[in-house]
Design a protein around this ligand. Structure first.
Ligand code: A5A
Ligand code: ZN
Length: 474
């Protein structure tokens, strides 16, 4: 695969840095000739595999994976009025089979409620069938009109994980939302991505939901990125699609439902938050390979160095630490550059002097360098990988918190959203909320979970204890 010979723009130029990095580190090729549609390179896809295996493992504890069709008949998609109102501008339509116009146009799923729930109607009969917790990882299509960006805002989302659950009672469904939030919290922690959970304002919730809880993270430019959402659906879809169960008194009742989703945006967050001017920095959990060994070879000791490298790889691989050796015929400096760009957490340099010292030279991706003894090597490295992972999360979390500020006036908020998020009082009225968005030129992310504070609405002046998070957003 051809290498780009460009240099990476500095990260303070975030948009350019991001786009260039995706190509240079071979994550996504952005040259596919459809707007908003991109191609995974094998290296990018290996990160995707690693990340989604973690997500699968978390879900598989008490969900079942399945797969529904990508095509949705038009009448099904139109059934739930709020849902279709939210998505009608974004749907791609299949209207022909060959030259024949289809009698029933088919939508490419923009999300799968209307593909899945007609089947739930058939599958759910009695309370013994509940709760039902299914998920699928599929591609979806949305004709996005906002600025498209690889991994962030796609017209073909390739890695859409959507879970759909059905429950006997509203309480059970509410509890499921909490469990889903816990699960997502655990997932993002594994990715070393800090987040806040915000309850979206009513006018910005998922079309057809009772309410939406969103996971938001902060990108380096201070803008917010919605990296996951949990929706309480209540009985709205159940009523539309007639999904009922027989309760233990023999009566038919509507199920209560939830759904929650994550896309490859979570990988954009990892890349954006942790990378630096040299390229990607992958938290060890997300990296397909944790360690690259670089032989520091001088002609007469070549064999000994090669052997030592193989020996170290064997030790680390046996301990479950994925390791590769770069034997390419290049100068060590060129190899450092290449693997730093790809964000491997650690590199190990082995030369004749290290062999003599019964040690290896360990260099963390953030530049920290130390000699590590061959005695207990795998254990030492394992510990250091865990430290590195924890430090990345800590640093990112600190940096995000430091850029969230309580603001008393709209002027103050306006300044604050230039490079971070503003927290303000809000009376809860839509008119006031929209006016705040207008004046500050930002988005109301919503009410941060569990946070209140006495104050006054900056628009109407009413005393309130509700607070709202405000940000520019992707
Ligand atoms: N059925 C529910 C789960 C649903 O569709 N929810 S959602 O619309 O909020 O999408 C779930 C998550 O997918 C979002 O939180 C966002 O992180 C991601 N997402 C949505 N549209 C996207 C797009 N065009 N490109 C990339 N990611 C997207
Ligand atoms: Zn108000």
């Amino acid at each position: 695969m051809e290498e780009e010979s460009k240099t990476l723009p500095t990260k303070d130029n975030f948009s350019e840095w991001y786009n260039e990095l995706l190509m240079m580190a071979q994550i996504m090729d952005v040259r596919y000739p459809i707007k908003g549609v991109y191609v995974w390179y094998p290296f990018g896809y290996s990160i995707r595999k690693k990340v989604y295996n973690m997500l699968r493992a978390l879900l598989d504890v008490d969900h079942q994976e399945c797969q529904f069709p990508m095509l949705i008949p038009k009448p099904e998609l139109l059934k739930e009025s709020e849902h279709i109102k939210g998505f009608e501008d974004e749907v791609y339509w299949v209207t022909h089979g060959g030259l024949t116009e289809l009698e029933v146009p088919l939508a490419l799923r923009p999300t799968s409620e209307t593909a899945i729930y007609p089947m739930y109607k058939l599958w759910i009969r009695s309370h013994a069938d509940l709760p039902l917790k299914l998920y699928q990882i599929v591609n979806i299509f949305r004709y996005e009109t906002k600025h498209t960006r690889p991994l962030i805002r796609l017209r073909e989302v390739t890695s859409f994980k959507e879970a759909h659950t059905a429950h006997a009672t509203r309480e059970d469904a509410v509890r499921q939302c909490v469990e889903a939030m816990d699960l997502y919290g655990e997932f993002f922690t594994k990715l070393a991505v800090p987040y806040m959970i915000n309850k979206r304002p009513d006018w910005d919730k998922f079309p057809g939901a009772d309410y939406t809880m969103a996971f938001d993270t902060m990108m380096p430019d201070g803008k917010s990125l919605q990296i996951g959402t949990v929706h309480m659906l209540g009985t709205k879809f159940a009523k539309t699609f007639e999904i009922t169960f027989e309760n233990d008194k023999g009566e038919r009742e509507y199920v209560n439902q939830t759904c929650y989703g994550i896309s490859e945006r979570c990988i954009a967050a990892v890349i954006g938050i942790h990378g630096d001017n040299k390229g990607l920095i992958l938290p060890p959990n997300t990296s397909p390979t944790q360690i690259v060994i670089i032989p520091i070879v001088f002609k007469k000791e070549e064999e000994a160095v090669k052997q030592a490298c193989g020996n170290v790889k064997a030790i680390l691989d046996a301990a479950g630490i994925a390791t590769t050796i770069d034997f390419a015929d290049e100068r060590p400096g060129a190899k450092y550059y290449k693997w730093e760009m790809k964000g491997l957490p650690f590199r190990i340099e082995i030369g004749p002097r290290d062999i003599k010292n019964n040690a290896v030279m360990l260099v963390r991706r953030d530049g920290r360098k130390e000699s590590v003894s061959m005695d207990g090597l795998a254990e030492t490295i394992r510990g250091k990988l865990m430290d590195f992972q924890a430090e990345l999360l800590q640093k990112a979390g600190d940096s995000m918190l430091a850029r969230i500020k309580d603001c008393a006036t709209l002027d103050e908020a306006k300044l604050q959203v230039e490079g971070g998020w503003a927290r303000m009082s809000w009376c809860g009225e839509k008119a006031c909320g929209l006016e705040m968005e207008n004046v500050v030129n930002c988005k109301l992310l919503g009410e941060p979970q569990g946070v209140t504070g006495a104050g006054r609405c900056p628009i109407c002046g009413k005393p309130t204890d509700r607070v709202i998070m405000m940000a520019r957003s992707y």
